[in-house]
Design a protein around this ligand. Structure first.
Ligand SMILES: Nc1ncnc2c1ncn2[C@@H]1O[C@H](COP(=O)(O)OP(=O)(O)O)[C@@H](O)[C@H]1O
Ligand code: SF4
Ligand SMILES: [Mg+2]
Length: 327
């Protein structure tokens, strides 16, 4: 893994104006802070796992990185260039280098196109000079790489299983040889038995193609195998960002510990020192987040200070950082 940073996200905020549920046209809109001050760096060839319960802003963050949703605030630096004021043409170039894989494999594939056409589409868009013959050869080679038989090239998405559809989505994302792939819960909709196959495929392709990955999931067990570092999000904010081994062996933030205790983790060091902290209660609404530390309403360690002051994400030892006064 190289140390060169390919992506920096600085104080990213994505706030939505949401109309109150009222039929009165003058009803005021309220601000929903889906992403609220997220910063991280991604190195070339690295996999960053992003984890948090549903609704904590993972998808919004990934779409804002690609400018598919406008950010309210913040800066994105891609390969050394700041994209804040980038033109449509510059974004087009970035989108060839940064591809996405989505959660619902079937829904993300156009049902009227054959899988050959689906996989070829990004090539037609980003490599307009390429001949039909070369495109066809690239598509067939990519299909083989993701474990799809060549004879399937003229079939339609509905003829495939969920796992196969995700292989098609992966082939489509990788065909333009991107530098970064953002995988938004790529295995959450799949059977557990298929999940490991897809994670292993992504890991193998990442090594072969020297990709960087952002791999989003809602639980820590899924990202463990594939990640180099893991970022834990809660209500649009980063609670902990750490090297994989540090995060699973010595989690520093109470939310990370709660997530770890909610899933079976085959790590003896955790089992021994494990404090049983199953998350209680629902995640609060991002429309009305708790004051102070956003996690304080569910935190077993919360003290008076936690409901008044916001803990900043601060660097700890072992390259970990956590947003908790007592981490
Ligand atoms: N376009 C939108 N308008 C208003 N609220 C939105 C929009 N998109 C997402 N949200 C809200 O933002 C929050 C974060 O959503 P999301 O990024 O999808 O979370 P996650 O991917 O972690 O489940 C949720 O409360 C969601 O309802
Ligand atoms: S700052 Fe307080 S409420 Fe927040 S995680 Fe730490 S102990 Fe819990
Ligand atoms: Mg999501």
């Amino acid at each position: 893994m190289s140390d060169a940073t390919i992506l920096s996200v600085r104080d990213m905020r994505v706030h939505f104006q949401v109309k109150a549920k009222s039929r009165l046209p003058w009803a005021p809109s309220r601000t929903l802070k889906a992403v609220d001050g997220v910063s991280f760096d991604l190195r070339a060839g690295e996999t960053l796992g992003v984890v948090g319960e549903s609704g904590c802003g993972k998808s919004t963050l990934s779409r804002a990185i690609l400018n598919l949703i406008p950010a309210t605030h913040g800066e994105i630096v891609w390969m050394g260039a700041t994209l804040t004021q980038a033109s449509a043409r510059e974004w087009h170039a970035v989108r060839a280098d940064v591809q996405m894989i989505f959660q619902d494999p079937l829904a993300s594939l156009d049902p009227r196109m054959t899988i050959g056409q689906i996989i070829a589409e990004p090539l037609m868009e980003h490599r307009p000079g390429m001949s039909r013959k070369d495109i066809d050869a690239r598509v067939r080679a990519m299909m083989a790489k993701v474990g799809l038989r060549e004879q399937m090239i003229n079939r339609y998405p509905h003829e495939f299983s969920g796992g196969q559809c995700q292989r098609i989505g992966i082939a489509r994302a990788l065909i333009v040889e991107p530098k970064l792939v953002i995988c938004d819960e790529p295995v959450s909709a799949l059977d557990v038995s298929i999940q490991a196959q897809i994670v292993n495929l992504l890991k193998a392709l990442q090594a072969e193609m020297k990709l960087s990955l952002i791999f989003i999931a809602h639980d820590l067990a899924v990202v463990r195998h594939i990640s180099d570092r893991v970022m834990v999000m809660y209500l649009g904010r980063v609670m902990e960002l750490a090297d994989k081994h540090a995060l699973y062996d010595t989690p520093r933030h109470p939310y990370t510990r709660a997530l770890l205790s909610a899933v079976p983790v085959p790590a003896p060091s955790i089992e021994r020192g494990k404090v049983v902290q199953i998350l209680s209660g629902d995640i609060p609404s991002p429309m009305n987040p708790p004051a102070g530390c956003v996690f304080h309403t569910r935190c077993p360690m919360a003290e008076a200070r936690c409901s008044q002051e916001v803990p900043e994400l601060r660097a700890l030892d072992q390259g970990s950082s956590a947003a908790c006064f007592f981490a």
